[in-house]
Design a protein around this ligand. Structure first.
Ligand SMILES: [Zn+2]
Ligand SMILES: [Zn+2]
Length: 339
């Protein structure tokens, strides 16, 4: 029987184990993807550390998958072997629950999560529901496409669904894995883009990515600086510090939004007066579905947006994961697999 190598976790907080398994056959409504690259995302800690109840182990993490369909299960329409595809965090939706019937596929009651409720992309193959699959353009390499399936999707989809219009001031808080993509998308969408990060040394990077203004929130009061610029229609908060998120709320413009993408473990503090006086809001954004990923990849090709990556072969998954968790990677860690 043909086998494949995967990197699995056997229990919460357990180590990565490289194991051989039989190559699985796709069931009804699913496709098998031969994985070429898989990004290592902070949300993979959900599986690695066991942060959600009900995860069944052993489990293979990974939801920034780029590869090629190599088999389709019964009843799958529209997908064939040989198509280049990506699979993201949203691991498919049922299409018939009340949320799906209202078009809110991200909130599907039977929705699955790649690398959490079924095995993800830290391996040579994975089986994914057809509704979880996005077309990957030929112009993108698998290493480039992987991080766009989650970090790219999240920032792109949050911005394009926000109230900001071309010419509006949009600030991106944080210049890490999410933020370095957020700045690029904001600039390419035609927003006056402000990059906010800690330290003067990040300024050249922010400008290179497309920011026209840079704020060092270690040395400057970011909220006050944004007010001087007229206030930000959207502040895209990509950091994982609740304190840093709380500190910028005063820089949101009238009718503007503090849009939360990062997931700090602590709460944020919001002033009711800030919300009330300027009709401001605080909102979270939950990535997107496969068609949103597909749009993210296409827009990235069209405008030249690319992630900056560090690559590791699958065998070095533990090192790759630690590097991602250290927060020191520049900027997305990607596993290269097979070929
Ligand atoms: Zn992710
Ligand atoms: Zn549903």
């Amino acid at each position: 029987m043909a086998t494949m190598r995967v990197a699995q976790v056997s229990r919460p907080n357990g180590p990565f184990e490289i194991v051989e398994r039989p190559i699985p056959e796709p069931g009804a409504g699913s496709v098998r993807v031969k994985v070429h690259a898989c990004g290592v995302c902070h949300s993979d800690s959900v599986t690695k550390e066991g942060l959600l109840p009900g995860i069944q182990y052993p489990r293979v993490p990974g939801h920034e998958v780029a590869g090629v369909i190599d088999a389709v299960g019964p009843g799958v329409a529209g997908w064939q072997p040989g198509q280049r595809v990506g699979v993201g965090w949203n691991g498919g939706y049922c299409g018939y629950c009340d949320y799906c019937r209202r078009g809110e596929f991200f909130a599907c009651e039977r929705g699955q999560t790649t690398g959490v409720t079924f095995d993800g992309g830290y391996g040579e193959y994975l089986i994914a529901p057809a509704s979880a699959v996005a077309r990957m353009p030929a112009e993108l390499s698998p290493v480039e496409a992987g991080p766009l399936m989650c970090a790219g999707l999240t920032t792109f989809n949050a911005l394009r669904n926000s109230d900001a219009r071309p010419g509006d001031l949009v600030a991106v808080l944080g210049l890490g894995g999410l933020g370095h993509l957020g700045v690029q998308y904001a600039a390419k969408m035609g927003f006056r883009t402000v990059g906010i990060a800690r330290g003067k040394d990040k300024e050249p990077l922010a400008r290179q990515l497309g920011a026209s203004v840079y704020i060092d929130n270690q040395a400057q009061d970011a909220a006050a600086e944004l007010v001087k610029l007229g206030g930000a229609k959207v502040i895209l908060a990509t950091v994982t510090s609740g304190e840093a998120m709380s500190a910028v709320q005063g820089g949101v413009a009238v009718n503007g939004t503090l849009l939360l993408l990062g997931v700090p473990s602590e709460s944020i503090q919001v002033s009711p007066i800030v919300l009330f006086q300027g009709r401001r809001s605080v909102k979270g954004w939950n990535t997107g579905t496969s068609i949103d990923s597909q749009d993210t990849l296409a827009f990235s090709v069209q405008t030249g947006v690319r992630p900056m990556t560090e690559t590791y072969p699958l065998e070095r998954v533990a090192e790759a994961y630690d590097r991602m968790m250290s927060g020191k990677a520049s900027f997305r860690v990607v596993l290269t697999i097979g070929r």
